[in-house]
Ligand binder design. Structure first.
Ligand code: UD2
Ligand code: MN
Length: 534
């Protein structure tokens, strides 16, 4: 369950002295560098009678204690920062000029935690109160998942709008969030981890998107708060959520085709899965879709289950680049798993795979052989839910939402690519041409034996690639790389279409080397019949 992430740090860093500059003054492009805490009088209103000093002082690191031991981040640094601080406004500058409806609906913020550090928990709550339009915050619901000290939560309920619910036993984050959602009074739910800091205008873009279409489930860009020094670092705006077949979450680059089509950096980014911790969802949509799988325990896997369910049952997932929330990413779990970390992750992800992944679950089991035979409880209710909601098959998800996720290579089937009586063959080191079909046996450099493993058209470790993205460009052979856009092809009728340029493989005349041309159905020079050979 470790996260890895990429960040960019291109914009000028604010110096401590610039923290005193007021926002929006001067009218220069750089005037919104820092997201300010509010003026002191406003803080009084926001925090009510809550005695912040007493709350923090009661639980401080003792001299000589390892600052990483209890929370897997540097507690000393977190405590030193206090309950609020200015952070850099990490959004693209064009985000600041977006407009939102004046009558946006309010939201219930749901934060579940188990033994969170007081300083990070308070900063999370306070950043929400400070950096959100008050009218949008209906309430902040804290679910104390049976932490050792009930006061961690209880004392915070002295802050206006903050409510505290304590579990009578350890439930894990999934059932805790459902408990929070069930008592929420607003029509929109906002989930947060307990060690976050929200950035300027984080909430409006998300509520706006959900208001416009209640089936959207939206996430911010999750900035990185360093677990060592608590520096607030801008995450790259070109990432989305992805995973591998072992159901391990990862951040990945937006596919090149989508990136090229993005002219407006404020536009939402479609994402196959969400990281899981920070998202906004319409409450009735959350309930309609079956909330969460409450037989999942403690931590992990619920983000896949929710993501598959949202996409396959008629909704969508997106990341909104104009909304930024910082989160302390850790390298290990600071808390215990009653059933053990590995078994819990397997149970949860097995449930997600068994309910949602259809025949594709075989790839999950090959990637995670230890999952086979492990207990995962009954999934009857979730299968019934899937049927009742009339959700699409996982194949649809693969084809329409996450085509970049390759299914593991099947034993390759070799075939010739036949055009009339001629066959496509390689010539020399990287050239190509058409020649009389000689059938099998011929080895490189004049091989006619191809393996079509979408998206690649390969001969051993060399793959068919275009040389440029324009009509008339030649094709050649080069070392295979399934991430290389020039090597991505898909069948289109009897033609072979290059996925990114949309152009088709064309032999022109049998004597000239093949090129890519505008696709024309049925034209002989673009027809390539694969014929399996053994
Ligand atoms: C990520 C998500 C997290 C969750 C998880 C997969 C982000 C930023 N974080 O892991 O929200 O989706 O992936 O399950 O996307 N907690 C409890 N009870 C428990 C265990 C945890 O309340 O038994 C709380 C915990 O205090 C925290 C939240 O659940 O507030 C998420 O736990 P985490 O921070 O350890 O998970 P993280 O960020 O590694
Ligand atoms: Mn977290």
């Amino acid at each position: 369950g470790t996260f890895y992430y990429l960040w960019q740090d291109t914009k000028p860093q604010s110096s401590p002295s610039s923290a005193s500059q007021t926002r929006g003054r001067g009218g220069h492009g750089q005037s919104k560098l820092v997201t300010q805490p509010p003026r002191v009088d406003l803080q009084g209103q926001l925090m009510g009678g809550f005695d912040e000093k007493a709350y923090l002082v009661a639980k401080q690191l003792k001299p000589g204690d390892d600052p990483y031991r209890e929370h897997a981040f540097n507690l000393q640094e977190s405590d030193r920062l206090g309950s609020e601080r200015a952070i850099r406004d990490t959004r693209h500058y064009r985000c600041a000029s977006l407009n939102f409806d004046t009558d946006l609906p309010s939201t219930s913020i749901i934060i579940t935690f188990h033994n969170e550090a007081r300083s990070t928990l308070l900063r999370t709550v306070k950043s929400v109160l400070m950096r959100s339009p008050p009218s949008l915050i209906q309430e902040i619901i804290l679910i104390d998942d049976f932490s050792s000290d009930p006061d961690d939560c209880q004392l915070l309920s002295q802050i206006p709008k903050v409510r505290c619910l304590r579990n009578g036993r350890r439930e894990g984050l999934i059932r805790s969030r459902v408990r929070g959602a069930n008592t929420a009074s607003a029509a929109i739910l906002t989930f947060l981890d307990s060690h976050c800091e929200v950035n300027a205008d984080w909430l409006q873009p998300m509520i706006q998107r959900v208001k416009e279409d209640h089936t959207r489930v939206v996430s911010p860009i999750i900035d990185v708060i360093s677990l060592d020094n608590f520096a607030y670092l801008a995450a790259s705006a070109d990432l989305r959520g992805g995973f591998d077949w072992s159901l391990h979450f990862k951040w990945e680059q937006i596919p090149i085709e989508q990136k090229m089509a993005r002219s407006d950096p404020t536009q939402p980014i479609r994402t196959p899965v969400i990281a899981g911790g920070i998202f906004v969802m319409d409450k009735s949509w959350f309930n309609h879709l079956g909330q969460y799988d409450t037989h999942m325990d403690i931590w992990g896997g619920e983000n896949f289950e929710l993501s598959f369910r949202v996409w396959m049952c008629g909704g969508s997932l997106e990341i909104l680049p104009c909304s930024r929330v910082g989160h302390v990413f850790r390298k290990r779990h600071p808390y215990d798993f009653p059933e053990g970390n590995a078994l819990t992750y397997i149970k949860n992800t097995r449930r997600a795979a068994e309910v949602w992944m259809d025949e594709y679950k075989q790839y999950y089991y090959s990637a995670r052989p230890s999952a086979q035979g492990k207990a995962f409880g009954s999934i009857t209710d979730r299968l019934t839910l899937r049927r009742k909601l009339n959700c699409k098959p996982f194949r649809w998800y693969m084809e329409n939402v996450y085509p970049e996720l390759r299914v593991p290579e099947q034993e390759a089937v070799s075939s010739v690519l036949k055009q009339g009586g001629l066959c496509l063959e390689t010539r020399g080191t990287d050239g190509l041409g058409l020649a009389e079909c000689r059938g099998i046996g011929a080895n490189r450099p004049h091989s006619q034996r191809w393996e079509l493993i979408e998206p690649l058209i390969r001969q051993q470790d060399l793959c068919l690639a275009i040389t440029a993205f324009t009509a008339g460009s030649k094709v050649k052979m080069e070392p295979c790389n399934s991430k290389e856009p020039r090597q991505k092809w898909k069948p289109k009728g009897s033609a072979l279409q290059h996925m990114v340029s949309g152009l088709c493989l064309d032999s022109q005349t049998p004597t000239s080397p093949p090129v890519i041309m505008q696709c024309r159905p049925q034209v002989a020079s673009q027809s390539w019949e694969p014929q399996v050979i053994t």
